[in-house]
Write a protein that binds this ligand. Structure first.
Ligand code: GLN
Length: 538
């Protein structure tokens, strides 16, 4: 494959939010990778938080964690799941982090007496962050998704920065603008005016998009495409229809049909005759759409009103379920309702497995513990992730080992049995942002455990996001009682996995297997959990 100088593709959005810029960026990335190019995708977020790590999931959905320990936007999860390659700290930039860098430099005196301003200082920092990825020389394409909608006050510095980059790098840049073409049922027509207006807004900032991706509920006919092309000053072939899809995983194929990758390459003057082979992706999609069996897994969490709060878990179920030809129906259960509402038995009746989600703080914790007690006693497969694992430890201490008020010191500092306790190196930390144990760490697995059977290897690496840990001073008592530590981090002597050996499949993990599951490489732990749930359904 020819080595080309890095090309920068910018994806902006207009008309409305939530049109799926992240999925379009990921789909284009997938198509370019299928041609043998190296691609990475970056997200620029216009909010002032340094990262989404301090935000409530109801504000921003799931906080996705990269292997190098960055707390990032959930779109990075889509990039990894589609492309199958890792992102890093550099792949998510926020206005907060840009200003932090500029202000720190100002305090150091780096600006030599100058007035520090949005242009050029903030825009220069934005450009530096975009070029950082290209400067690694690892990528043929850096796709940069600009969060928000054009015209937003918050995104203006980003738009100005990428305008300047286009001016500086001219032939190495390309602009894709994603818009909405709404259907007015009263008129029985698709309307192009919102698209025209949003392109005008971009033009006011000095950017002429090269390609328009038009989100629509109905097919765009030739007439509509020509009209959009004419009024928005783009080629007709560069007006790409993006029909609503049944699943996000269909979008790469829809974009391929619309020749998005070919138009991108032609506009960037890159000759490439590769036959794009998406057979594995198509197999996945076929299996996803034609499951042979179905199971129901209860997901108990605190933020279930917004499904995006548990995005990576939901997608992991889709990847692993599809691998097993099985539709995974999720029964969403609010941890708080498990106490106040219907009885546990009613709510957990007819489930084939239980997943207790990660989380922070004491709200809902008793409900999670009750749910775990139910599946432990009824031999129903269980997967506990992070706080879910910690709740399983608390439940076992209270109800099997007779430690009546056992708890995590996160929930009750004065508990007589602090079976989950703050990690030693977290004790002095007062700042909340970016200070947890974050990113990928190794874990040694015990032979013959369910975890070992799942991963089929002695040593794994998975991502973390926590401050509390299993309190090792109780380990002997737990192991004598039948809850075993089957995964350990040797460097920090940290329990990473607990299992109940007498149970059908009861696994709690301190790490987050959901962050590393991809379409073509499902998480082995999710696959194994689903197998156990399928067997439980027989
Ligand atoms: N709150 C727990 C801790 O900090 C669990 C965190 C999580 O579930 N991600 O250890």
């Amino acid at each position: 494959m020819q080595k080309i100088p890095t090309k920068y593709i910018f994806v902006t959005g207009g008309v409305a939010s939530s049109l799926g810029k992240g999925i379009i960026a990921a789909s284009l990335g997938k198509l370019l990778m299928a041609r043998g190019f190296n691609v990475t995708i970056q997200k620029l977020d216009p909010y002032i938080n340094i990262d989404p790590g301090t935000m409530n999931p109801y504000e921003h959905g799931e906080c996705y964690v990269t292997s190098d320990g960055a707390e990032t936007d959930l779109d990075l999860g889509h990039y990894e799941r589609f492309l199958g390659n890792s992102t890093s700290q550099a792949n998510n930039v926020t206005t907060g982090s840009i200003y932090q860098t500029v202000i720190n430099k100002e305090r150091k005196g780096d600006y030599l007496g100058k007035t520090v301003q949005i242009i050029p200082h903030i825009t220069d920092e934005i450009k530096r962050r975009i070029k950082l990825l290209g400067d690694t020389n690892k990528f043929d394409f850096v796709i940069t998704e600009i969060g928000g909608t054009v015209g937003d006050i918050e995104s203006l510095p980003y738009i100005e920065a990428v305008r300047q980059l286009k001016w500086e790098l001219e032939k190495s840049t390309l602009f894709i603008h994603l818009t909405l073409v709404p259907f007015l049922s009263a008129a029985g027509e698709l309307k192009t005016k919102p698209t025209q207006h949003s392109v005008k807004t971009l033009l006011e900032s000095g950017i002429q998009p090269d390609i328009l991706v038009c989100r629509t509920e109905h097919k765009l006919n030739e007439h509509i495409k020509r009209k959009i092309a004419l009024f928005c000053n783009v080629e007709k072939e560069a007006v790409i229809e993006s029909l609503d899809a049944e699943t996000i995983y269909e979008v790469p194929l829809l974009m391929q049909k619309e020749n998005l990758d070919k138009v991108v390459l032609r506009k960037l003057k890159i000759k490439d005759e590769t036959e794009v082979n998406l057979d594995k992706w198509k197999d996945f999609l076929f299996k996803l759409n034609n499951p042979k069996k179905s199971i129901t897994i209860a997901l108990v969490g605190k933020y279930i009103k917004l499904k995006d709060s548990y995005k990576s878990i939901v997608e992991s179920f889709i990847h692993a379920g599809t691998e097993k030809n099985c539709e995974v129906k999720i029964k969403w259960i609010s941890a708080e309702d498990l106490i106040e509402g219907k009885t546990i038995n009613d709510q957990l009746a007819n489930i084939h497995g239980l997943l207790v989600a990660p989380g922070f703080g004491d709200r809902g914790i008793e409900g999670k513990i009750q749910a775990i007690k139910y599946v432990r006693e009824n031999d129903i497969p269980f997967l506990g992730i992070c706080l879910g694992m910690q709740c399983a430890v608390i439940e076992f201490a209270r109800n099997v080992l007779d430690m009546k008020d056992a708890n995590s010191t996160e929930m009750n500092k004065k508990t007589d049995f602090p079976v989950i306790d703050i990690m030693h190196n977290q004790k002095e930390i007062t700042n909340k942002g970016g200070t947890m144990r974050l990113g990928s760490y190794s874990c040694q697995l015990t032979k013959d455990s369910n975890a070992f059977k799942a991963y089929n290897t002695n040593s794994i690496n998975e991502r973390h996001r926590h401050r509390y840990e299993f309190n090792n001073s109780y380990l002997n008592k737990f192991e004598e009682g039948g809850m075993l530590a089957t995964g350990n981090n040797k460097e920090n002597n940290l329990v990473e996995i607990i299992e109940i050996s007498s149970h059908k499949w009861f696994v709690g993990v301190q790490f987050h297997p959901e962050y590393s599951s991809t379409v073509l490489k499902p998480s082995p732990l999710f696959s194994s959990f689903i197998d156990a749930c399928i067997n439980n359904n027989k």
